[in-house]
Design a binder for this molecule. Structure first.
Ligand code: URA
Length: 247
């Protein structure tokens, strides 16, 4: 909806009055003063304020964190800083990480207060792709790559789902998996006799790590990124690539 239409619907004035209010800097969207009365707002997603009063409250918030090593993916911990403590200045309570990265893993972590979306993204039935940049102690042979791509035994009831491997350098690969088992990437590499030296998540579903974020930095997702996550796992891209095995 257009901002001026929204302000009219909130009974703040006629169309021409609200336009002039916007041009005088009296409205803001997501904390930023609006300049264009015709700008599009997404109700329920954008926070619209008029003369400092919030009119349209965002039900949920979504942050991308570049998780540094040494921080735990939890809301509370007695021994180490948590990913939630890194976002304490964002002014929103009730945030939690969507899934976990190991303490020594870096990279993309989504934090939100939207339990419904988190539940869907983490559902094993959705097979949401997660891509990791993995540094191993020794380069992989073609045969190792084929094994990872087909699925390996990591000591679970079933082998891992088919993965995708892209070799970036001798001992650096990108591994895309559809599951999120405990220490999964490390266990998969262990299955082909490689130790993981460094692990960084670079994408989660359609969401890609913003390269401008230094470890420990975070930013809000754009409306487009939120929508892309809401569609995650509903398409064919990440679904049922396994042969005759079911999650
Ligand atoms: N797989 C791992 O082994 N560790 C992570 O942190 C994420 C995936």
């Amino acid at each position: 909806m257009r901002l001026d239409k929204f302000l009219c619907e909130m009974n703040l004035g006629t169309r021409s009055q609200v336009k002039s209010y916007v041009r005088r800097g009296q409205a803001s969207v997501n904390g930023v003063t609006a300049v264009d009365p015709q700008m599009k707002i997404r109700e329920g997603m954008d926070e619209v304020a008029f003369r400092g009063q919030i009119l349209c409250y965002r039900k949920n918030v979504y942050y991308m964190l570049n998780k540094p090593a040494g921080v735990v993916s939890a809301t509370r911990d007695n021994t180490a800083p948590t990913v939630v403590s890194l976002l304490k200045d964002c002014g929103r309570e009730g945030l939690f990480p969507v899934g976990r990265l190991d303490k020594d893993t870096e990279g993309l972590l989504l934090l939100t207060d939207d339990g419904e979306l988190a539940h869907r993204l983490l559902s094993p039935r959705k097979h949401v792709d997660k891509t990791y940049q993995v540094t191993v102690e020794r380069s992989l042979e073609t045969e190792d790559i084929l094994r990872l791509e087909q699925g390996v035994d990591i000591g679970e009831e079933k082998p891992t789902l088919p993965a995708r491997v892209q070799v970036l350098e001798d001992s650096v690969i990108r591994l895309t998996i559809q599951e999120g088992k405990f220490h999964q990437v490390k266990r998969m590499l262990q299955a082909v006799n490689r130790q993981v030296l460094a692990l960084k998540r670079v994408s989660f579903g359609a969401l890609e790590l913003d390269q401008s974020l230094e470890p420990g930095q975070y930013r809000e997702l754009t409306p487009e990124e939120i929508l892309s996550l809401q569609d995650c796992g509903d398409g064919e891209n990440s679904r049922d690539r396994r042969n005759g095995q079911d999650a």
